[in-house]
Ligand binder design. Structure first.
Ligand code: FO1
Length: 330
């Protein structure tokens, strides 16, 4: 079975461990968000790609959910001793090796998709990890503060400001001129099932969908498309997805996120357009899996199912994945 998942960071990585456990023989392709990427000290850092790679490859810090197990921060301490920041982005010594290898390969002209494959050769995540694009698309956040209106890098808003300063706008810079990385559109069009893990609908899944061609590929794939809500009972399970949803005017609820993605209406309603060409589907989802507390959620054009969604451990996560696959009918 060919599974394709659009993935952000920590929540998606944990979900993908469940996918691998539920479908040990499946070919899994992960399309990773690179809008969180940042260049620090001349090094290119890809947080969401690394979080998926480390989590599935066995190197993740279980305590933090990001970065390496057994990490030390001596280089970061030395940088701080020189007064060189930023202090709000924790650069671990082991993690630095990943950024050094990635940066030297990028500087040698290798595209990010090849670099990611090369780094994954060490970690053997058991999935094909593709960046959403090989071009640099960085999420920046427009805020109003004492300095007036300005844009800060997503990581600064997320880590230094803890998303506590309202975002006037969340902008994936240069997404409109980017192209999907090799294999991305085929992975969506040729999948047996497409999954939206419980990632941030705005800065993770939303950023991937902002790459020209990706949203259309999901809307048109013959594969069933099923998403898992990152919101339970009106609150984000992790991270600060609520701050991101508020920024785009979407209520922080499982129903609102499902409606935001939109149902595909694969049922009777998807009649051909007037000129006979298949009408462009309204949304992306055939199925939306919500927690039992949100069982009343309605997403027009999609089937809603509910079950406990807290990924407390691997068996719980695997059960959630099985429920999503059942909703997909695969
Ligand atoms: N998250 C934090 O909460 N604090 C950090 O200092 C931090 C550093 C960091 C370094 C490398 C990396 O790959 C991820 C890191 N993250 C950190 C997580 C990261 O900010 C988030 O995973 C995403 O960018 C948002 O999903």
């Amino acid at each position: 079975m060919r599974v394709t998942a659009l993935a952000g960071g920590i929540g998606a990585a944990r979900f993908l461990r469940g996918v691998r456990a539920a479908l040990p023989d499946a070919d899994v392709t992960v399309i990773g968000n690179t809008g969180d990427d940042i260049t620090l000290h001349g090094l290119r850092i890809c947080p969401d790609l690394d979080t998926v790679m480390y989590t599935l490859g066995g190197g993740i810090s279980a305590e933090r959910g990001w970065g390496r197990e057994g990490e030390t921060f001596v280089v970061a301490e030395e940088l701080a001793a020189y007064g060189v920041g930023p202090s709000w982005f924790g650069l671990g010594d082991r993690d630095l090796a990943t950024h050094l290898v990635r940066t030297q390969m990028l500087d040698a002209g290798h595209p990010l998709s090849d670099v990611t494959q090369a780094i994954c050769d060490r970690w053997q995540p058991g999935v094909r990890l593709l960046p959403m694009t090989n071009e640099r698309v960085e999420t920046h956040v427009v805020i109003n503060d004492e300095g007036g209106q300005r844009a800060v890098h997503f990581q600064e808003w997320w880590l230094r400001l803890r998303a506590a300063v309202p975002a006037q706008a969340i902008v994936p810079l240069r997404a409109e001129s980017a192209t999907p990385a090799p294999g991305v559109l085929d992975a969506i069009g040729e999948a047996d099932v497409v999954l939206f893990p419980p990632s941030n609908p705005v800065v993770s899944i939303g950023t991937i969908l902002a790459i020209p061609g990706v949203r259309d590929a999901v809307a048109r794939t013959p594969a069933p498309v099923v998403g898992v809500s990152p919101i339970i009972g009106g609150a984000a399970v992790r991270g600060m997805a609520d701050a991101c949803l508020t920024a785009i005017g979407v209520e922080t609820s499982a129903q609102a996120v499902g409606v935001h993605y939109g149902g595909r209406g694969r049922g009777a309603s998807s009649s051909p357009g007037t000129d006979g060409e298949q009408a462009r589907p309204a949304g992306l989802l055939d199925g939306w899996l919500v927690d039992t507390v949100d069982a009343a959620a309605v997403v027009p054009g999609a089937v809603v199912a509910s079950r406990p969604l807290l990924m407390t451990d691997l068996p719980a996560t695997e059960a959630i994945v099985r429920a999503a696959l059942e909703l997909a009918g695969v």
